[in-house]
Ligand binder design. Structure first.
Ligand SMILES: Cc1cc2nc3c(=O)[nH]c(=O)nc-3n(C[C@H](O)[C@H](O)[C@H](O)COP(=O)(O)OP(=O)(O)OC[C@H]3O[C@@H](n4cnc5c(N)ncnc54)[C@H](O)[C@@H]3O)c2cc1C
Length: 401
């Protein structure tokens, strides 16, 4: 038995593109080929394949990877180092965890960007961690990372592997329960990955190469505005767009261009594959406003194993300002930890347009403009800020009494 042929009859909703089969194949018979939508799928070279079945044994859709909730504890907060906080997507939990765990003889794996391309890579010196910071909302090419992680573990090194849940599952499948004592896995809460075609169309329109693309630029402490910041070789003026005026967010979060398997994700449950799960602390102004941090960004951390819990406990109050949260309340604000994203019935029509139309026409037809109510609430009233100011005022009054 081997993995399906995705060029012929493979059901694309059962391949997340983790690339474990490619790395596992001892005959180099599998390669990743990009489809029309811009997503990569494994294709088998029949000349080289000897039908050994290793690819199917490692496939997480054919042999599900076990999930853990042996000690699930949720925490919220932010890193105390303001510079790192500003460079991080949410509250900088990733850096705080790396700092604590990586003492000596370690290797760290994560996603790095080169223009609009994203790939997995490793570093052996945590002073280079900035390259991994910031969420790149595009599927990273895993390269030879699972093999590299395995050989580092075999040689006695500590390995911290970060990525999406399906990448962590692929690594665990690869390691087959071996070498876990020196391994720490950190996954991001994942809403799915969008087709790279959209950003490629934007690059075409700009007429130059995109050299910097920050999907979550904090722009004067406006974490929840999810500002996109972009520099390209054709203009000296960077482009900046708030979330509600950015067609990328509107189209992607309307589930029009996610990878087919993301609508059928195996990891959108509260049981998790990694030791630690990281996300944005959405809902902070509602259920833990003391961690709001003036909109500079806050992280949700979920420790899924005892190993993860002890580590997270050890950063609290040391490099990270935070506290334990009620897990079920935290889950309420984390859709991707409860259910898969719904498939938009217009997805096929959108994808057809994405292939044939130019960037402006696509945006005009498919991106939603924010309602007046939303503009007033975000820009004039500033919901979050007001809520927190009122809360702080209330606390002051209580203390004065
Ligand atoms: C594709 C994607 C979808 C996400 N969806 C959600 C969501 O729906 N809800 C939510 O709360 N949070 C989501 N996140 C997670 C969130 O954006 C932050 O990454 C997380 O809160 C960690 O923030 P930080 O401040 O601790 O760390 P940062 O220092 O900003 O951490 C970056 C971490 O993200 C990893 N990373 C960045 N880009 C990628 C990538 N393309 N593939 C794999 N790993 C990557 C890095 O390796 C590193 O571990 C998503 C992240 C990604 C990459």
């Amino acid at each position: 038995m081997r993995i399906p042929d995705f060029q012929l009859d493979g059901n694309k909703s059962t391949c997340c593109g983790c690339e474990a089969c490619v790395q596992k194949c001892p005959h180099s018979a599998i390669s990743m080929i990009r489809d029309d939508e811009g997503f990569y799928y494994p294709i088998i070279d029949n000349e080289k394949c000897v039908d050994c079945g290793l690819c199917s044994q490692i496939c997480q859709y054919q042999h599900p990877v076990s999930k853990s909730h042996e000690t699930q504890v949720a925490y919220g907060g932010y890193i105390m180092d303001e510079k790192v906080l500003n460079e991080s997507t949410s509250g900088g939990a990733f850096t705080a965890i790396v700092d604590e765990w990586c003492d000596e003889n370690y290797v760290i794996f994560g996603a790095v960007a080169n223009g609009i391309k994203v790939k997995h890579s490793f570093i052996t010196d945590k002073s280079q961690l900035a390259a991994f910071r910031r969420s790149k909302y595009s599927q990273s090419a895993i390269g030879d990372s699972y093999n590299e992680a395995l050989s580092f573990l075999k040689s006695g090194k500590k390995v911290l592997f970060s990525g999406t849940p399906c990448q962590i599952a692929a690594l665990k499948s690869f390691l087959k329960d071996r070498y876990f004592e020196n391994l720490l896995t950190v996954e991001v809460v994942c809403e799915g990955v969008p087709s790279p075609l959209f950003i490629e169309k934007l690059e075409n329109k700009l007429g130059g190469n995109i050299t910097t693309l920050d999907y979550r630029y904090k722009d004067n402490d406006r974490w929840d505005f999810q500002v996109m910041y972009l520099e390209n070789t054709n203009s000296s003026k960077p482009l900046k767009r708030d979330r509600w005026f950015n067609p990328f967010w509107s189209i992607w979060l309307n589930h029009l261009m996610s990878r087919p398997s993301c609508y059928n994700c195996l990891y959108t449950t509260n049981a998790r594959v990694a030791d630690i799960t990281l996300g944005d602390l959405w809902g902070v102004h509602r259920y833990c406003p003391d961690l709001y941090n003036d909109d500079k960004g806050a992280s949700l951390i979920v420790a899924n194993t005892e190993h993860g819990r002890l580590l997270v406990e050890s950063i609290m109050g040391k490099t990270f300002e935070g506290r334990e949260l009620d897990f079920s309340t935290a889950l309420k604000y984390q859709g991707p930890m409860r259910k898969s994203i719904p498939i938009n019935p217009d997805r096929s029509a959108f994808m057809k347009d994405l292939l044939s139309m130019d960037y402006d026409s696509i945006c005009k037809k498919w991106a939603k403009r924010p309602s007046l109510k939303l503009i007033i609430s975000k820009y004039l009233w500033g919901t979050n800020r007001q809520v927190v100011r009122r809360w702080k005022m209330k606390q002051k009054l209580i203390r004065l009494k």
